[in-house]
Design a protein around this ligand. Structure first.
Ligand SMILES: CC(C)(COP(=O)(O)OP(=O)(O)OC[C@H]1O[C@@H](n2cnc3c(N)ncnc32)[C@H](O)[C@@H]1OP(=O)(O)O)[C@@H](O)C(=O)NCCC(=O)NCCS
Length: 155
């Protein structure tokens, strides 16, 4: 068994769609109102393929997807801000530090590429995710309908 973080790659698309659906089914609107389909995951967004990361557990010859952070440079060429679109860890792997590891990896790349901040939107009822982000130094910076906008400054 080897757990490793690798770059987001479309060869994992079926596993990504499956895990995303599991999280939508489990957490409903707290996580997201809609599952992401192939079109969502394959859409080319600025910096997405460079910065988005997934976490894999290799058991014998099988690669199990255990988490993902899908991001893009939402304000390309201004603000230097990376936006998290999708973030999830498979239920049976939660609370073992993998979410934090993925986030640290993302922060590491953002710092080396001189990004100033990371933003995300989270449902206001998703207390566990909000706690997780607060513990990881994100702050509430606004609210759009039932979503909190959170931000972590890197400089
Ligand atoms: C939110 C999520 C990504 C966190 O990932 P995780 O791997 O379980 O979190 P970690 O084990 O890395 O936790 C890191 C820290 O956050 C804390 N934390 C994690 N989940 C928490 C929870 N439910 N309540 C309170 N604190 C929590 C941990 O205690 C840990 O703190 P520590 O570093 O002081 O020990 C994961 O729970 C998840 O996928 N949730 C469902 C999907 C979702 O809601 N995604 C967010 C959409 S915006």
């Amino acid at each position: 068994m080897t757990i490793k973080i690798v770059n987001f790659d479309l060869k994992y698309i079926e596993k990504l769609i499956k895990l995303d659906l599991e999280l939508v089914d489990k957490y409903k609107t707290k996580y997201s109102n809609e599952q992401w389909n192939e079109k969502n995951f394959s859409k080319e967004l600025p910096k997405k393929f460079q910065f988005s990361k997934i976490i894999i557990n290799k058991i014998n010859n099988d690669e199990k997807l255990i988490g993902f952070v899908i991001v893009s440079d939402k304000n390309e060429f201004k603000d230097q801000e990376i936006h998290i679109h999708r973030f999830g860890i498979a239920e049976e792997y939660q609370f073992r530090g993998y979410g934090k590891k993925l986030l640290e990896e993302l922060i590491h790349i953002c710092l080396s590429e001189n990004f100033n901040s990371i933003t995300l939107n989270v449902n206001e009822n998703n207390y566990s995710a909000i706690n997780f982000y607060k513990k990881n130094h994100f702050k509430k910076v606004g609210k759009i309908s039932d979503n909190l906008k959170m931000k972590r400054d890197l400089v």
